[in-house]
Design a binder for this molecule. Structure first.
Ligand SMILES: [Zn+2]
Length: 467
């Protein structure tokens, strides 16, 4: 497959240039003011070409509960989420399609799906999500969400003695499932990657982390987890380990240049230094952190310490959307309130680099993806600069990041294959998808969550809230 995008606007170091871009066999082969046309000619007039972004942390099946969960902190929000998580594979398939479509239409070409597994159908859940991603053509990083402790173990004990139900599946069985999934589905050259993804210190034993490290080393897999999303998790780490979660994960060897960590809200300066030293990546999920009251991740400190940072939407029931451009906007301007020195603030161009190259680096693919560079894979997004929300003609990247872009994605290629054309996803009939989502859901406003009711008193007590 060959094509040449002609007369398209791309960012240069401090300005913009009109260029032609050649793509051959999935790779960018030339970028210059005027090139001979190879393959199909594509008119780039009045369009901006950027490398595709990475939606670096989400949970696709949360789509079924977006808008539904009341304002609750993570620990209680999660209890309600799990009470109503979809338990059928058709829904897994539809929500993976939906997540892929919304990611593509907001500038993403890769998605990291920290995929919630249906108990007893773990393998089938993963196979189903992968089928959806392959159909759409998005680059998929499927990170099966695993744990080996039950939900109540995620709340600190405080002064009380707490006992928890054993988790229903053994640690070894979980690791065996992941290994089988890796053998069958981990095909990076075909755009499907499996990650080891213990959900986080709050619900995982050291045995599970260690097993994941071994799989990661044996099969060259990236590692993905939640880390210190809430104040409660900071307390829990001290109870569990007598040190910070970051110190503990460093000690057991989990942190590395192929480890990406979602949230990272409650880290000390020493923790930040460890992330920098281990070259770990922070995935910032600003909407989710605001929605669940988790806090503001110290992003400017990460950047100053040299930690690689990128953006995620997080699951659609803590966001409650899957709009990557929105996450990038909020995730960059949110931090202006944390530091008076505006020289540290994130510029729109820096935000774009974080979303594209930062995301690629977090997946250990910084040399293959994430920038408009000859030799890199052609994961590209073409934005329509005549769209009303990108006018008037000022600074295109400034307006893309700081504005409220609507339906601005004109074309998307992943690995040189076009999967969005004229603003339409090619391989999915979005009208049919809408009908499927509609017919598989119902309007409702109040639903009783027995787990929230059960856990709330202890949560309130341990977090020092009034009865
Ligand atoms: Zn998450």
């Amino acid at each position: 497959m060959k094509f040449t995008i002609q007369n398209v606007l791309i960012p240069t170091d401090h300005a913009y240039a009109f260029v032609d871009v050649q793509v051959v066999d999935g790779k960018i082969t030339a970028i210059a003011p005027t090139l001979d046309v190879v393959g199909t000619a594509i008119d780039g007039t009045n369009k901006l070409l950027l490398p595709g972004f990475v939606n670096a942390h989400t949970h696709s099946s949360e789509m079924w509960q977006r808008g539904a969960i009341p304002p609750l902190p993570l620990e209680l929000w999660l209890a309600e989420l799990y009470d109503f998580s979809p338990l059928d594979l058709d829904k897994v398939y539809i929500s993976a399609l939906g997540t892929a479509v919304e990611t593509l239409l907001s500038g993403g070409t890769s998605v990291v799906d920290h995929l919630v597994l249906i108990p007893g159908q773990e393998f089938e859940t993963i196979a189903t999500a992968i089928r959806a991603y392959k159909e759409v053509g998005i680059r998929a990083f499927v990170a099966p969400l695993i744990q080996d402790e039950s939900l109540t173990a995620g709340i600190p004990s405080g002064e009380s003695q707490q006992t928890h139900e054993p988790y229903f599946r053994s640690t070894q069985d979980t690791l065996d499932i992941i290994e089988e999934v890796v053998k069958q589905f981990h095909h990076p050259d075909e755009g499907v990657n499996i990650l080891v993804a213990p959900t986080g210190i709050q619900l995982c034993s050291d045995a599970l982390f260690t097993g994941c490290i071994e799989l990661s080393d044996r099969y060259n897999l990236c590692r993905h987890s939640h880390l210190l999303e809430t104040k409660a998790q900071e307390k829990l780490a001290q109870e569990k380990y007598g040190c910070s979660a970051v110190e503990h994960l460093h000690r057991i060897g989990y942190l590395s240049d192929r480890t990406s960590l979602a949230h990272c809200v409650w880290l000390s300066d020493n923790d930040i230094a460890i992330l920098a030293e281990t070259k770990s990546t922070v995935v910032h999920n600003p909407l989710s952190n605001l929605r669940l009251g988790s806090g503001i991740a110290p992003l400017l400190k990460y950047r100053q310490a040299g930690v690689n940072v990128t953006f995620g939407c997080d699951g659609a029931s803590s966001n409650d959307s899957q709009d990557l451009l929105e996450a990038i906007k909020i995730g960059s301007i949110l931090h202006n309130v944390t530091d008076l020195d505006y020289q540290h603030w994130i510029t729109p161009r820096q935000a774009v680099i974080m979303a594209a190259l930062g995301g690629a680096k977090g997946l250990n693919l910084g040399n293959k993806l994430g920038s408009l560079t000859v030799g890199k894979q052609a994961d590209l997004v073409l934005y329509d600069l005549t769209n009303l929300s990108l006018l008037p003609r000022t600074d295109p990247i400034g307006l893309l990041v700081l504005g409220r872009p609507c339906n601005v994605v004109n074309s998307v290629w992943v690995n040189g294959n076009q999967i969005v054309a004229d603003g339409k996803v090619i391989n999915v009939n979005v009208d049919d998808l809408r009908k499927e989502i509609y017919s598989n859901s119902q309007w409702h406003s109040q639903r009783p969550s027995s787990s929230v009711k059960r856990l709330a008193p202890h949560y309130r007590k341990v977090m020092g809230l009034p009865d």
